[in-house]
Design a protein around this ligand. Structure first.
Ligand code: GLV
Length: 351
């Protein structure tokens, strides 16, 4: 990427992203691009961050307090993701570093993948594909690869943000009964923080034909459970042994949120004993998952490599929004999509 030496702001982009977005960034800043799909090792990240005013970062880059403190000029971390659990938000706010993210533009695409995983597990799509490729398909037989109906089943959505609501809209087209638990509903036995827009959430729920229930009821009644909530201190480990035991026998769990929300060993045990009927996971406890992880032995599990928002069109929108978030800070404004909107900006306008 040719550097524009007349432009004072410097931005580190930690992975190759849509070229159109990088070109637009380069009109306003000197861009240092990490031209590799593998993340910069911590020492390289620190070195590249040191002279930079902004970083366009990925969920697989970690920004802990020490990394932020080692970047004295940094005014904005712009994450190419809606989730910001890779960033120490409190440390960023203390250091006057705004944290931008990309909600909204990825909701429909991520909901598509949640639905794809649900269908793939219920109808054994990945297993059937392996069966055919292994040359085991002899003839049509009435008991071959019997699965579960998605249509007419009950779907429980945990989290009622844009992605959860987009999953609900798809489910209503499949004639599913949709129930959901959100932050206004008692979760893990206690009442959690109220949503900023409960009235809008209720309107959207009635439009999608969804009913808000307590988490315990959602576990007891759902044939499919879709996790669509952010990873926070409150939700880390929220789906543990007790919660899984409370799920309906044979239920299918789909996680397109974050692996750390679920106790993966407890999930694996429940799948082995048959308490749960299957799982569709776009995210895992550690990423990438160890290829020897015992959960990979299970035929009723479909795992994708954290590709919820991975369509060409959506990744372009995310890149453009991530650039907008940086340019906002360069113009002295809070990013239009900001995860710590109370931050006092550090970056002053430069000439
Ligand atoms: C992806 O995981 C995201 O948070 O957008």
């Amino acid at each position: 990427m040719p550097a524009r030496t007349t432009i004072a702001h410097r931005v580190f982009v930690t992975r190759p992203i849509a070229e159109a977005a990088i070109r637009r960034l380069a009109e306003s800043a000197r861009v240092d691009l990490w031209d590799d799909d593998a993340p910069p090792p911590p020492a390289d990240l620190a070195e590249h961050l040191r002279p930079c005013d902004a970083v366009l970062a990925m969920v697989s880059d970690r920004f802990d307090a020490a990394t932020i403190a080692g970047a004295p000029r940094l005014g904005v971390i712009s994450n190419l993701a809606v989730g910001v659990d890779n960033i120490d938000l409190a440390a960023a706010t203390r250091a006057h570093v705004a944290v931008g993210h990309t909600p909204g533009v990825l909701a429909e695409t991520t909901a598509d993948l949640a639905f794809a995983l649900m269908m793939a597990v219920a109808r054994r799509v990945a297993e059937a594909d392996r069966f055919v490729r292994a040359g085991r398909w002899r003839m049509w037989t009435p008991r071959l690869m019997l699965g579960r109906d998605v249509w007419g089943a009950t779907l429980g959505i945990v989290g009622w943000g844009a992605i959860g609501q987009a999953v609900a809209r798809r489910a209503s087209g499949f004639g599913m009964r949709v129930i959901y638990a959100s932050r206004e509903t008692p979760m893990a036995g206690r009442r959690a923080r109220a949503s900023a827009t409960p009235a809008r959430a209720a309107t959207n729920a009635s439009a999608a034909g969804a009913e808000r229930v307590a988490l315990a009821q959602l576990f007891a009644e759902s044939d499919f459970i879709s996790l669509n909530l952010p990873l926070t201190a409150e939700t880390r480990g929220m789906i543990g042994r007790t919660q899984i035991a409370a799920m309906k026998r044979g239920a299918i769990l789909v996680n397109t949120a974050r692996g750390a929300i679920v106790d993966q060993s407890a999930l694996e045990r429940a799948l082995r004993t048959g308490h749960l009927g299957g799982a569709g996971l776009d995210v895992t406890a550690t990423e990438p998952i160890d290829p020897r992880d015992p959960i990979l032995e299970l035929p009723n599990v479909v795992i994708t490599p954290h590709i919820g928002s991975a369509s060409h069109a959506t990744r372009l929108k995310m890149a453009e929004l991530a650039v907008d978030n940086i340019l906002d800070v360069f113009a002295g404004r809070i990013p239009r999509r900001c995860a710590n909107p109370a931050v006092k900006l550090r970056v002053a306008r430069r000439k």
